[in-house]
Design a protein around this ligand. Structure first.
Ligand code: 5GP
Ligand code: ZN
Length: 114
């Protein structure tokens, strides 16, 4: 999709530190990390948010979550704990409207989130 920064990363039109890629998804380092580990995992197909994901995309969503676990392991934070965040819509603080899962870890998280 034109003018989507994450589609541009997928298409290698702008640089990103990509740490994983397959036919369906890309994972890359967040440029403004909120924790020692802060990775974004996105589908290659453009969907603005969870609200725009069709019901038949369960497999894609499951693939992303299980890959987040794998990347947590690769980053050495699986056993200590980590957080997966999926901001959806304005009130959540979503800023980039290409669905993305945050994988955060490497420090003690607090709750409730801001
Ligand atoms: P949101 O608030 O939409 O859930 O999160 C958007 C995230 O994307 C933020 O954590 C922000 O730092 C990250 N981000 C925004 N633009 C870029 C970019 O061009 N490259 C990378 N790697 N991350 C970005
Ligand atoms: Zn996009």
């Amino acid at each position: 999709m034109e003018d989507c920064i994450f589609c541009k990363i997928i298409n290698k039109e702008i640089p990103a530190k990509i740490i994983y890629e397959d036919e369906y998804i890309v994972a890359f380092e967040d440029t403004n990390p909120q924790a020692p580990v802060h990775v974004l995992i996105i589908p290659k197909d453009h969907f603005s948010s969870l609200n725009d994901i069709p019901a038949d995309k369960q497999k894609l969503l499951g693939h992303i979550v299980l890959k987040a676990r794998k990347l947590a392991e690769k980053k050495g934070i699986k056993d200590k704990g980590y957080r997966i965040v999926l901001n959806t819509g304005k009130n959540s603080g979503q800023e980039v409207f290409h669905i993305h899962f945050h994988l955060l870890g490497g420090r003690q998280m607090t709750w409730p989130p801001g």
